[in-house]
Design a protein around this ligand. Sequence first.
Ligand code: HEM
Length: 381
Amino acid sequence: QATVPFYGAHQAGIVTPAQDRLHFASFTMLAGTGRDDLIALLRDWSEAASMLTQGKPVGTGVEPDSLLLPPDDTGEAEGLGSGHLTLTFGLGRALFVGAADDAGEADPYGIRGRLPQAFEPLPSFAFDLLAPGYTGGDLCVQACADDPQVAVHAIRNLARIAAGRAHLRWSQLGFGRTASTSRAQDTPRNLFGFKDGTANLMAEDDGELAEHLWAGDEAPEWLRGGSYLVARKIQMTIESWDRSSLAEQERIFGRTKLAGGPLSGGEEFTEPDFTAPDPEQTAQPAIDIAAHMRLAHPLHNGGARMLRRGYNYVDGSNELGQLSAGLFFISYQRDPATFVRVQRSLKPDLLNEYIRHIGSGLWAVPAGAARGEFIAQALFE
Ligand code: HEM
């Protein structure tokens, strides 16, 4: 079974062809921890990640030296192989400025001076209904794999390794990728039944990746070759969507449901023509002025682009018998301001009637580690 290398210039799990399963986890550093604890945690996590991503157990594996000790590895991924597991690590802003934010001189990890200028907290957006239980965190780990048990096993073992230094604050399981990150992949569908990820940044777009995805000279050295990860837990009101007409559904996205082509005509990958009139009501544009795809398009956002890498989720159902379902949106971009710009453009989005943003996070994702080094090592040098 092929493995995705953990070590490299960029962290894996960004342009890696999106696997089908996600376990995303947010961690908080424990009160009283300091710089050495953070360094040791990142070192231990990097070592474990290099083993897990090869389908190997962590530490001494399932059989400890003594039967009286708990096994180093919890065991449930034995025999499952690597499942193309990737583990991508991010650092939250609070690590740099302390939980009290800009109020004081808090600098528990001695990295306040290394805070990138662009690393501003996300503002609140219209319609935000964020729950603390799915928002923020000092560290994040995105585990993606073909097999959900492989992804869960990785997060579970990283959480064990973090004991005494950081604890798991919230986590999210996702199934069914909602984006392609390589032209070799078919476009998947979100829970509204539409193709999602058609106009995404892809691994093959070298020049575009350098321009829109990877942090460059504007960033401090430790972040160059890295990126920023935005996660948004977006609840979708599936039941009301399912009662809306096909015409309404297509108007909302600006694309056809089955083929995914723009309503201005053509196939899935035809460029949309935002000036084309609606053939039946020629005073109207074929792609509604408040269609999701129009508002999110780079043409209407000063050329801004991001790499989307989200997943569908269903967290069971609520007491009204409705699915607690939605999109765990993940995007990577060179500057968090890109996400802010596009999300602000989406204020009049027709889609807003059917979605609620209920969780949020922003993390700086350092460049990849070289063999023998650990993630974010340059931040401490
Ligand atoms: C495009 C779904 C939220 C950014 C699309 C498309 C669909 C879709 C079906 C058209 C196909 C494609 O190009 O991928 C959704 C759903 C959402 C959601 C169901 C919420 C539940 C967001 C958010 C952002 C975003 C929060 C960023 C702030 C984009 C971008 C495009 C896009 C940049 C490509 C536009 C283009 O260049 O044509 N989305 N989306 N979406 N979406 Fe979303």
